[in-house]
Design a binder for this molecule. Structure first.
Ligand code: F0G
Length: 460
């Protein structure tokens, strides 16, 4: 224990959770079409589906809710949020959105001006990829080679491959690149951080070629703390200073505030200084999300977010946050479970291709292990592999992910280390049985973002 920091908070309110019987879990999973997304949360004991909007708010945030100004236009809550975002980012324009994908649907079509334009990211998050494609663009991932060498001890596995980025721009033509999106932390790579040195290179290349830089910064505070821990020259800077230096390297900030905003709902668009782009977003936000001073949020949501954004930059909180993820990763590794190492900021990513090598990628090995983990301990995890990646938009072939990950996503300030011990015990047991598991066939598959609603049956 001594190697891990203690939680800088105590518990003031509790929500009961219950482990239903194994027989009930078998029945519920079958009813859910072998897709944990379709389970009722009351049938889940420990819910590690996502860290998005699932965290606990502080008493300061709950108090701020009471100050919400619910005016349709020009709410005081908006101005409190705007001031906080301007202070953290140094950007001039702020527009709220109901969550990250709300911000994406407003901002991305204003960047993708012609069908067929490309967007390059270290790795696009799935909704970001979907919004690029819905706007007629094509999403290309450009992550460093170290990323998928799971055992390699490399400090910034979320980084861009800079040489590949340069050659992609040459190959596709700079006029055909709508934007470069820096996803920090790099969620799909395991919540892996991106270094400031790497972001400086991305910014330099983008500026040379006249391409806008977007930060997809759902977990920018966790990224900044990794930089403080791991990047030379940043040990004596505050996380807020590091975050500011990060924002200086981009033009637009899109955020799902359900992560490092420490709220249950919320999103943000912030724009450094491009007034024309701000106007375009203002035009789109009204029909898509709401009037530009609420963007789909209530006044109280904006007040809770204004406080949460500040709390997420507190360093004792961030130290504990990264430590609890590392704690679970260490337990799993000690039990022989293959994981993305070192662990990232919000989750432990488990390599299910290695746990059940007999299952082909298009029978979704990580989904199979998710289901087994639910049956074993009532724990809900999520697949981040070929199921999530989907099909090629042109050929409709199943795409093969680099890794078949199961993600154990840890909600913020929510579970104790005892819960994490239990998760590790259950998954270690499941992983040992991996070679006996069988794959899955689709019963229903939606045309886009299929993992949310898909239904399966196990192979005979
Ligand atoms: N960008 C990143 C990097 C994300 O991780 C997410 C959401 C979004 C954008 C979209 O934000 O959900 O508020 O609309 N990630 C969640 C997850 C859902 O489970 O990783 P949203």
């Amino acid at each position: 224990m001594n190697n891990y920091s203690l939680p800088p908070f105590k518990i003031k309110m509790v929500e009961p959770i219950k482990l239903i019987s194994r027989e009930e879990r078998i029945e519920r999973l079958k009813k859910a079409g072998f897709n944990p997304f379709r389970l009722k949360s009351e049938d889940v004991f420990i819910d590690l589906l996502t860290d998005s909007g699932t965290g606990a708010m502080s008493h300061f945030q709950w108090a701020a809710l009471m100050m919400g100004d619910e005016a349709y236009a020009g709410s005081r809550s908006f101005f409190r949020l705007e001031e906080t975002v301007k202070d953290i980012t140094g950007y001039k324009y702020v527009i709220p959105a109901h969550q990250g994908r709300g911000a994406e649907q407003v901002a991305l079509p204003n960047l993708i001006k012609r069908p067929g334009m490309y967007v390059i990211s270290n790795i696009h998050f799935d909704t970001t990829r979907a919004h690029v494609e819905l706007a007629g663009g094509r999403a290309i991932d450009c992550v460093c080679k170290e990323c998928f060498d799971l055992e390699l001890d490399y400090p910034f596995k979320g980084n861009f491959d800079i040489l590949k980025l340069e050659s992609l721009i040459k190959q596709k033509g700079k006029e055909n690149i709508a934007a470069i999106i820096m996803t920090i932390t790099n969620n799909s790579a395991g919540g892996q951080p991106v270094s400031l040195a790497n972001m400086k290179e991305v910014n330099r290349i983008a500026k040379t070629n006249g391409i806008p830089v977007v930060i997809d910064g759902a977990r920018y505070a966790e990224n900044a703390y990794f930089i403080k821990l791991r990047e030379d020259g940043y040990q004596n800077k505050t996380v807020k200073e590091i975050a500011k230096e990060t924002f200086d390297l981009a033009d637009i900030f899109l955020m799902s505030s359900k992560k490092d905003g420490l709220v249950n709902i919320g999103g943000l668009i912030a724009i450094k200084d491009n007034e024309e782009f701000f106007r375009l977003c203002q035009v789109r936000v009204i029909p898509m999300e709401g009037f530009p001073t609420y963007g789909g949020l209530s006044g109280r949501d904006m007040d809770a977010l204004a406080v949460g954004l500040k709390e997420a930059l507190e360093e004792d909180y961030l130290q504990y946050r990264l430590d609890e993820i590392r704690y679970l990763g260490d337990k799993l590794q000690a039990g022989g479970v293959p994981i993305q190492y070192p662990t990232g900021g919000h989750a432990v990513f488990v390599d299910c291709g290695a746990i059940c090598p007999q299952i082909p990628f298009d029978q979704f090995p990580a989904q199979v292990v998710c289901n087994e983990l639910y049956l074993e301990g009532g724990i809900r995890a999520v697949e981040i592999g070929s199921l999530l990646l989907g099909r090629d938009p042109d050929t409709h072939e199943n795409l093969k992910a680099d890794k078949e990950f199961l993600r154990l996503t840890i909600p913020r300030r929510t579970y104790t280390l005892e819960h994490l011990n239990y998760v590790a015990e259950c998954l270690i047991k499941v992983a040992k049985k991996g070679p006996q598991f069988k794959g899955l066939d689709f019963v229903y598959e939606s045309p886009i973002l299929r993992h949310f609603t898909a239904e399966f049956k196990p192979k005979e």
